[in-house]
Design a protein around this ligand. Structure first.
Ligand SMILES: [Zn+2]
Length: 83
């Protein structure tokens, strides 16, 4: 089993593409599927549509793991609950 091709894309999926957007982000969120795939840049919110084969060629990763959030020192839970 090589890869799960063709890629199963669903609205809301995040794709990482080979080419970076000028804004510096290489991640896009799918907002439309079909013959053409509509994706929205996670960096600047720009929406574009790509033919599915083109997008699959540029695809690096589907739903790449998010970078871990900055570790917050586990302080006392202040202000937790109702205020
Ligand atoms: Zn962008």
């Amino acid at each position: 089993m090589a890869e799960n091709w063709p890629v199963k894309l669903e609205i809301g999926d995040v794709v990482q593409l080979r080419k970076k957007h000028p804004c510096g982000s290489d991640r896009w969120r799918v907002w439309r599927t079909g013959m053409d795939i509509g994706i929205e840049c996670l960096g600047c919110g720009r929406k574009v549509m790509l033919p599915r084969p083109t997008l699959e060629r540029r695809l690096v990763a589907l739903n790449p793991p998010a970078p871990p959030p900055a570790v917050m020192p586990a302080g006392k839970a202040s202000g937790h609950g109702r205020r």
